[in-house]
Ligand binder design. Structure first.
Ligand code: IDP
Ligand code: MG
Length: 139
């Protein structure tokens, strides 16, 4: 069993599509073991997106992810990381086919609806940023 961190970004909250996106993961067989709504501080956002520090889009990315509340979620299941990344679709929604979350809900890189950890190391690191051990259930 693998765990991964998903963020339904502020655009998902503003548009009121979080429930249907969460339902997709449940339908697929991934089990949410922790969910919370929060607004990231600039410092937390910079830690979460540390790998992108220095890139041209970094400031815009931090500005957007801190612009309003988001929903953070840990899901658990076999191959959860690969499965959630496949379900999300490409980073650029223009390259994300219909049927993927970004392909169905997003049009721009900046507002691409969802974040998902891209590997076991980043999943472990990112889950710790958002959740204490006692906030995760079914471990
Ligand atoms: P990912 O979210 O698919 O893992 P990353 O490369 O980790 O994609 O980038 C993190 C986030 O930064 C993306 O989801 C997207 O919102 C934003 N981003 C990535 N590349 C660009 C870019 O070239 N321009 C603007 N925003 C970008
Ligand atoms: Mg990434």
């Amino acid at each position: 069993m693998e765990k991964t961190l998903l963020l339904l970004k502020p655009d998902a909250v503003v548009r009121g599509v979080c429930g249907e996106i969460i339902a997709r993961f449940e339908q697929r067989g991934l089990k949410p073991i922790g969910i919370k709504m929060l607004q990231l501080s600039k410092e937390q956002a910079e830690i979460h997106y540390a790998e992108h520090q220095g890139k041209v889009f970094f400031e815009e990315l931090v500005q957007f992810i801190t612009s309003g509340p988001l929903i953070a979620m840990v899901v658990c299941g076999e191959n959860a990381i690969k499965l959630t990344r496949m379900m999300m679709g490409a980073t650029n929604p223009l390259d994300a086919p219909a049927g993927t979350i970004r392909g169905d809900y997003a049009t721009t890189m900046r507002r691409n609806i969802i974040h998902g950890s891209d590997g076991p190391t980043s999943a472990a690191r990112e889950i710790k940023i958002f959740f204490e051990d006692h906030e995760l259930f079914g471990n």
